[in-house]
Design a protein around this ligand. Sequence first.
Ligand code: ADP
Ligand code: MG
Length: 268
Amino acid sequence: MAEIYSISMNKGGVGKTSLVTNLASILAKKYKKKVLIIDTDAQGNSSIAFGKNPYDFEYTIYDVMLGECTPKDAIRTMKRNIDLLPANDDMNFLEFDVLPHLDKYTRPYYLLKDGMKDIDQEYDYIFIDTPPSLGFVAGNCLTYANHVIIPFVPEMYDVKGLIRVVKAIAEFRNDYNPSLNVAGVIGMKVESNTALHSEMLQEARKYCNQSGIYMYETVVPKSIAFAKAVAYSNVPAILSSESKNKLVKSYDEVAKEFLINKPVKGKV
Ligand SMILES: Nc1ncnc2c1ncn2[C@@H]1O[C@H](COP(=O)(O)OP(=O)(O)O)[C@@H](O)[C@H]1O
Ligand SMILES: [Mg+2]
């Protein structure tokens, strides 16, 4: 049965999609794990990371959540051992299409979980790429997931923002999914040579330590080569770059930590 991870953070541009697509790619390629990526963000960037246009799919996660198709109708294989359940702009309308009809959709925060029933038998890991806000869709991701990983970019906001998100997730969990585990915070797009980044990371580590949250030792460095790979190569960076590249190395380390880290359910 798959372990289901939601990569969640209420900001755009923090590396959610990059983490999902690269970690999934390493687990599939190097460790031969069978992985499903579920995109729930209207921007459809997980498809784009694999060179696919999010508007070319007949069915998307929107249809699965509304019960208009099965997950298998919508899932497509991207690479060996990597399947994708895509999303597109339809997701921007989900809340509007559901909330006025609560007589029909009686469990609005469980649409993803209910729609994905039984599919977790087929995978080792399911990664959910989420939208940049903690709203209706993000809530659906947190009720379906067993674990949540939070990307933290030191330059974009301070540790208070991280604490706020962890608290919001913990509160949501208590109401909707008590066994959800905060499986880790991970530094993304880090410039280790700047004092600001180092200080903020240290502060984040201190908070995580005190709160019993795992913070990845590895940080993913900021890399211009990465942005180029995303723009030109139609595959996640770790599949297109040389293994000596510092970014590829860091994702390798992230994958190792990910596999070692046996999370304790229900902490925080
Ligand atoms: N390690 C990195 N170094 C430099 N740029 C990065 C890195 N990781 C992601 N990016 C870039 O930052 C932007 C946002 O990343 P993305 O993964 O799409 O974030 P999100 O899904 O949280 O919005 C993208 O343009 C991506 O190419
Ligand atoms: Mg994204």
